[in-house]
Design a protein around this ligand. Structure first.
Ligand SMILES: [Zn+2]
Length: 183
């Protein structure tokens, strides 16, 4: 187990398009890539994130991990079992969108209101190299859009339509949380 250092906004690795994973590298269960995925999961849990993309731990590779269960930053959302996605791609973005307050381990002190498609189609591979295709909706769809943006050099700030709805976490809790139960 290892907790990796999280790259913060300003680190160029967050602005690069991440490289595709060679699926053959997944087949060695004791291999470096499998232990890197374990380290990503450890880091996400240690830092209290709902998702983490490899560029956020300084590896420009197309891997994201997700897990959600009663995270205090996102109370009341439905749970997501621990998942690793390799070379994930989204398509069929729904026209219906919802706004939600996002944060990011690479911009840890900020919250911003972002509009995202309510549902998306995910194509990816799991950590055993099996193909995944699923339609995802709600909170999971938002987390997928946020994390897969990282693989394309984007952060949630780039998706904001109105920067007056960007706040420090403390001010978010004081001025926005009670008025706006969007979360
Ligand atoms: Zn993020």
């Amino acid at each position: 187990m290892a907790v990796l250092k999280v790259a913060k906004l300003g680190n160029p690795v967050l602005r690069q398009v991440a490289k595709q994973v060679d699926l053959k590298e997944l087949s060695d269960q004791q291999g470096e890539l499998q232990s890197f995925i374990d380290d990503m999961i450890d880091t996400m849990r240690e830092e209290g994130g709902v998702g983490l993309a490899a560029p956020q731990v300084n590896r420009s590779l197309q891997i994201v991990v997700l897990e959600y269960e009663n995270n205090e930053r996102y109370p009341g959302e439905s749970s997501i079992p621990v998942t690793a996605l390799i070379n994930p791609v989204l398509s069929d973005y729904s026209e219906e969108k919802d706004s939600g307050w996002e944060s990011c381990l690479s911009l840890i002190d900020f919250r911003g209101l972002v509009r995202r498609s309510r549902s998306v189609t995910l194509n990816a591979y799991d950590r055993e190299g099996n193909k995944i295709e699923k339609r995802s909706t709600g909170f999971e769809a938002v987390v997928l859009q946020h994390e897969i943006d990282h693989l394309n050099g984007k952060v949630f700030l780039d998706r904001m339509e109105d920067l007056t709805q960007l706040a420090y976490q403390e001010e978010f809790e004081e001025f926005w949380l009670k008025k706006d139960p969007v979360l």
